[in-house]
Design a protein around this ligand. Sequence first.
Ligand SMILES: Nc1nc2c(c(=O)[nH]1)N[C@H]1C(S)=C(S)[C@@H](COP(=O)(O)OP(=O)(O)OC[C@H]3O[C@@H](n4cnc5c(=O)[nH]c(N)nc54)[C@H](O)[C@@H]3O)O[C@H]1N2
Ligand SMILES: Nc1nc2c(c(=O)[nH]1)N[C@H]1C(S)=C(S)[C@@H](COP(=O)(O)OP(=O)(O)OC[C@H]3O[C@@H](n4cnc5c(=O)[nH]c(N)nc54)[C@H](O)[C@@H]3O)O[C@H]1N2
Ligand SMILES: [Mo]
Length: 672
Amino acid sequence: MVLRENGEGVEVAARDFPTNRGGLCQKGWTAADLLDHPDRLTTPLLRDRPGGELRPAAWDEALDLVATGLRAIQERHGRDAVAVFGGGGLTNEKAYALGKFARVALGTRHIDYNGRWCMSSAAAAGLRAFGVDRGLPFPLADLGRADTLLLVGANPAETMPPLMRHLADQRERGGRLIVVDPRLTATARQADLHLQPLPGTDLAVANALLHIALTEGWLDRAYVADRTTGFDEVRRTVAGCWPAEAERLSGVPVADLEATARALATVDRAIILTARGAEQHAKGVDTVTAFINLALALGLPGRPGSGYGCLTGQGNGQGGREHGQKADQLPGYRRIDDPAAREHVAGVWGVDPAALPGPGVPAYQLLDSLGTAHGPRALLVFGSNPVVSAPRAARVESRLRDLDLLVVADFLRSETADLADVVLPVAQWAEEDGTMTNLEGRVLRRRALREPPAGVRTDLAVLAGLAARLDAPGGFPTDPAAVFAELRRASAGGPADYAGVSWDRIDADTGVFWPCPDEDGPDTPRLFADRFPTPDGRARFRAVTHRPAAEPVCADYPLHFTTGRVLAHYQSGAQTRRVAALRRAAPGGFVELHPDLAGRLGVAEGEEVRVVSRRGELRAPARLSPAIRPDTVFAPFHWPGAARANTVTNDAVDPVSGMPEFKICAVRVEKA
Ligand SMILES: Nc1nc2c(c(=O)[nH]1)N[C@H]1C(S)=C(S)[C@@H](COP(=O)(O)OP(=O)(O)OC[C@H]3O[C@@H](n4cnc5c(=O)[nH]c(N)nc54)[C@H](O)[C@@H]3O)O[C@H]1N2
Ligand SMILES: Nc1nc2c(c(=O)[nH]1)N[C@H]1C(S)=C(S)[C@@H](COP(=O)(O)OP(=O)(O)OC[C@H]3O[C@@H](n4cnc5c(=O)[nH]c(N)nc54)[C@H](O)[C@@H]3O)O[C@H]1N2
Ligand SMILES: [Mo]
């Protein structure tokens, strides 16, 4: 994206670039609307007493109050009584500084971030199988050359419009697109084949596809023998995964499973991609693993033009998960419980490795514990709006209300900022330099085009101001270039090695792909060509089997509820609900249901309905559509208040990744 001053203000234009090919979605075109928006925060806000109003305050007063409050809480309840919550929209520099701030300035183990809601299941499965977590181990342009492309739980026509150019290329070249989604989405409409499973049954579908491939003799034997381990157990397991059983569980006809397996296995170049539809489940890691097993059995990963990948979400969904804002992580995608990693990073930070805290807990567990007898008493939020976006949001809201101190850094007064004791107004994307890493592992520059408005500070300056007041060891530079230089050193030798990435080098080319250990050496657009970054160089199969959703349907809650996105709104909607054009395009929440179901319930188009789960209920107008399964209802999660989808969602999480089960729970629907 590039910004131009057009005389009246700032306008956004697409930069021609191999990833987006000059395309930009509507949210991008309107992003500049928020820079000078009347809701923009330009002064810190303080609440003098619980239940009182937020009032404007000076920066020194606000930062002094935060630092004194944090100190007092830690003196009384220990270091871990303060927690930090970050975001996958932060630049690499900010994500890095936030992780360092938590470990060094606060000395707390409690930091996690909204990427837990987003990338964690694919990340965990990728690490387990390949030894590394990079969304796509190949350039995005490969999609356009795939003979078969399988999209599982992804709706890029609404969530990643620029990517659709690659799908159009693929089509023009005669490639086949297969989409797996319980709804006939805008993406599924473009597919040659649409599989419409019951939510939460993708794992059964994947195992059945592998079963068919094995029965038909489509296994890439040489690849499995030379490049992988653990296949025998997977073979034994999927031998019992009969396609007819998968049809019974998912509703996908055996003939469609066979056609899909054939389309993947009998072509030169096949790519399998998952996104949140498959991943946001209490079995998300195993579901992704099942698709990776399929890809490995067919010999796809590392073969030119083929492979498995996951579609990243937020602006810096990839980079945001590499530099230490994850509970168990140090920069460079190192593990915080690895003594060598602690030693290296502590060396860069100029602290004693023994002083670094250990791993914290995943996001939901963290938020769920806030303000309880054993949980943190203070929380700092940078780049997330959990009051709208966290699962079982009413519970999370009540935890936030029980804190002694809630601090939110944001440029808008989000629903979470509304609950804060202190709100710190920060700069926006067009007002600061930095880098982001996209789903291809490509590090890109984000350039400041203008100064932040008077009264606003950058996130880096906020962290530096607090670190100074807390007498923190280690430096907290406010210049993003200095932070990036430090990040390079901290990441050196780690799985996500940025040591050889410089801003100049990024500028000289269309970004730099990590790992890039050496400034004069090559970067890595493609991974896995001859080996996997595992100790023995082989990818790891792992046997997984289908299990039901955490909350099965029953007589009281007979319908499946799933959630997702619409084109016009972004995430918790804190930003896009404030843009008039986007509000016009999608004014409020809705509940999508099949006309047959609506008929049974006696609900007419546009009529207000209640979607009720064991956690609570949402109210919104019904939108009747034959595009959804009659046993499933869908709501987007972009709205707060009565239409908040996350009042209804389940807080069950994946045991490995901590990913909440946003994509399925049991509900009933009633006329309001
Ligand atoms: N317009 C818009 N674009 C966005 C965002 C946004 O908020 N708005 N957010 C960005 C972010 S952070 C992310 S993570 C990405 C997400 O991008 P996507 O993953 O494409 O988005 P979702 O709408 O969450 O889910 C995709 C699809 O999963 C389907 N689904 C639901 N349950 C299941 C299931 O059990 N199995 C399968 N196979 N499919 C299921 C839904 O019907 C939906 O169409 O989008 C990014 N882009
Ligand atoms: N039911 C349901 N719930 C979901 C999902 C789903 O599919 N279904 N998807 C989940 C997913 S994938 C995601 S990614 C989450 C996202 O949900 P959230 O974490 O709530 O993400 P945003 O709405 O982007 O919130 C970002 C907030 O930070 C602010 N902000 C943006 N940039 C910066 C910055 O640089 N610095 C600071 N300090 N603040 C900034 C914005 O103004 C906004 O208030 O939602 C999750 N919740
Ligand atoms: Mo996301």
